[in-house]
Design a protein around this ligand. Sequence first.
Ligand SMILES: C[S@@+](CC[C@H](N)C(=O)[O-])C[C@H]1O[C@@H](n2cnc3c(N)ncnc32)[C@H](O)[C@@H]1O
Length: 286
Amino acid sequence: MITYVFITSQLFTEREHLTTAAYADSTNLQARVSIYHHRDPQVDFVTWAINHLDWPEAARVLDVGCGYGQYLKQLSQPTVDDLFLIGVDLSSGMLKDLSQQWDTQIPLPHLGVADAQHLPFSANSYDIVLAMHLLYHVPNIEQAAHELRRILRSGGTLLVATNGENHLHEIEQVFCMVLCNMTENRDIARFLPRISQRFSLENGASLLRTAFDHIERQDLTGVLKIPEVAPVLAYADSMRPTIEKTLSDGVTWEEIMRESAQLINDQIAQHGVFEVQTHAGVFLCN
Ligand SMILES: C[S@@+](CC[C@H](N)C(=O)[O-])C[C@H]1O[C@@H](n2cnc3c(N)ncnc32)[C@H](O)[C@@H]1O
């Protein structure tokens, strides 16, 4: 029986899927973020990214696609200048988790549900706008870029984060191999979800250039040294809501996890760790 796996990029941008499955709450995103605890040496991407910004006094800051508030939390620390912070996200479940997990000693930023393609804010209203690991989920990336430009004050900066095309390549390879074996279809690899390739470090500048005159790119490469299989499976499992919908002909998620665990364990037995390359970065746009 030939199993046909077809993963369209449609699910990755579909509002219903994003808000009720992939990002119904923060569980999947938090599971993905935890794999970076194995970065060697440790670098905190959130700190690295926001350190590229110059902060005007009492800046008005909007985080679009704020998720569970990784950046808002960092920007709310008392050490950071007096910022006026707002976060919006497509998913009300994400915002609920953000509010519930917020440190009650620190004022909660203003939060609201909004789509990056239609932001409910006046023109020229923010000094700094963040769009971190967001744009690959947006159906019309150029429209979102124009919205982000519209709400930015003249002299303001948009900070955008995304991944390079080979980010976590080794994890993807394992799952490609498993799916290829299970489906007897060697071409299956090209269908695997490469969501960040809709908006990557490699193609991002050309998409942003439709709305911004000046774009500067900064890259951060690194390596994860993962000593056990569990964090990799947890990472993969966080994408289950999307990938499982595209499996057919009796291939179960459990089988895929079992086969993947075997391959990763083989590598750990051979090298002591499962080594994974990371490549992410930011665009500074104005
Ligand atoms: C990969 S997460 C990144 C979250 C956060 N920026 C971070 O880096 O931790 C993507 C987030 O974008 C949100 N999102 C997806 N499409 C969106 C859209 N069109 N407008 C606003 N937010 C969106 C998702 O709900 C999710 O919280």
